[in-house]
Design a protein around this ligand. Structure first.
Ligand SMILES: NC(=O)C1=CN([C@@H]2O[C@H](COP(=O)(O)OP(=O)(O)OC[C@H]3O[C@@H](n4cnc5c(N)ncnc54)[C@H](O)[C@@H]3O)[C@@H](O)[C@H]2O)C=CC1
Ligand SMILES: CC(=O)C(=O)O
Length: 350
């Protein structure tokens, strides 16, 4: 199948300039010329896939970017539109094809293909449609890039990460769902907005399902290194539990609100996925709340499932899961979130 290729050695008019434009020099290869290229593939070039692709390019996270979609016109249009920004971006080779062979040798494959919610529709409602799609999408990706890290974004992301893990046969550390990395950013934004501080100074995690049963870890929130709840208690500053619940409720409602206003969410998940790509490809060993195989952590039992826990990410994918202290209430909410996911998963018969 023909690839919608980005570059060729032929200049305008079919003239091969590569041999005449430069004079070769003979010297030992410099260390930089032997550096291994990195390759990211994005599957699905809809709102989310393109927001991720665009963020990856502006943040200079890869040498090669391969785009795949089933809609050839949209795909070629998106590829050309990105290529036309080449003069303003770090150099990245961009290719696109309806054939997943274009992804061969990827270090990271990000899957965004699939149905999305309409206003007021739950993410879990997308399951049957997107599982069908995944059974076609995932196996060839693994054949073409057996060493990849697979990052799942399509919804419902936790169950689809489990499905992708099952279909791929990859070890669990190399299959990750974007999970509540996005919800946690929304949470940090809301807290920062409340306190009029920089969201990057707010350490706060949402864990569990990327969806309605997510869990806010209030007990471990800190701002500028100061644990917020114990600070309030020590200072005898009264706060209503309801205020906290309302902030978490706003996080849960964020996606519904944006979808009802603009039809889809895209920019925040673009930055969220790019932050995960950076952690993985640059071996940052940074901690992100992402969807990982959760059985055995925080008292979660009863079957294999993926949900978000604060996990350390590096070149091998998930390096470790943190063992932070949760209150009894947080742990019990997390287990309920796990039960919700397991219940949905049980309908799949995988
Ligand atoms: N995990 C998260 O935090 C978030 C997840 N999402 C999810 O991301 C997914 C994509 O959302 P949008 O980009 O807004 O949808 P969209 O409808 O704009 O794009 C979906 C794309 O997938 C393509 N596609 C369909 N079947 C394909 C296949 N077999 N192979 C390759 N491409 C295929 C379509 O042609 C389309 O271009 C949805 O499931 C949505 O719910 C959206 C926002 C955040
Ligand atoms: C759509 C979705 O999952 C989100 O924006 O959180």
């Amino acid at each position: 199948m023909k690839h919608i290729s980005s570059s060729s050695s032929l200049g305008p008019g079919g003239l091969d300039l590569t041999q005449t434009f430069f004079k070769p020099i003979n010297h030992a290869a410099s260390p930089s010329s032997t550096k291994r290229n990195t390759k990211i593939s994005v599957i699905g070039v809809g709102n989310v896939g393109m927001a991720i692709a665009q963020t990856i390019l502006t943040q200079d996270l890869t040498d090669e970017l391969a785009l795949v979609d089933v809609n050839p016109e949209k795909l070629r249009g998106e590829m050309l539109d990105l290529q036309h920004a080449a003069a303003f971006l770090p150099r990245t080779k961009i290719n696109a094809s309806v054939d997943p062979a274009i992804t061969a040798g990827s270090d990271l494959v990000i899957v965004t293909a699939g149905a999305r919610q309409i206003a007021d529709e739950s993410r879990l409602n997308l399951l049957q449609r997107n599982v069908g799609l995944y059974s076609k999408i995932i196996p060839p990706l693994v054949n073409y890039s057996p060493d990849m890290i697979l990052l799942i974004v399509s919804n419902p992301v936790d169950v689809l990460t489990y499905v992708a893990w099952k279909l791929s046969g990859l070890p669990p550390n190399r299959v990750i769902g974007s999970g509540t990395n996005l919800d946690s950013s929304r949470f940090r934004f809301l807290i920062a907005d409340h306190l009029d501080v920089n969201a990057q100074d707010v350490q706060a995690y949402i864990v569990g399902e990327h969806g309605d049963s997510s869990v806010a870890l209030w007990s471990s929130i800190s701002v500028g290194g100061v644990p917020v709840l114990s600070f309030l208690e020590k200072q005898q500053i009264a706060y209503e539990k309801e205020t906290l619940e309302n902030i978490h409720k706003q996080v849960i409602e964020s996606a519904y609100e944006v979808i009802s206003l603009k039809g889809y969410t895209s920019w925040a998940i673009g930055y969220s996925a790019a932050s995960l790509a950076r952690a993985i490809l640059r071996n940052q060993r940074s901690i992100h709340p992402v969807s990982v195989l959760a059985k055995g952590f925080y008292g979660i039992e009863g079957g294999d499932l993926f949900l978000s826990l604060p996990a350390q990410l590096g070149r091998g994918g998930v390096v470790a899961v943190t063992n932070v202290h949760l209150t009894d209430e947080e742990e019990s909410r997390l287990r309920k979130s796990a039960e919700t996911i397991l219940q949905v998963q049980s309908q799949l018969g995988l």
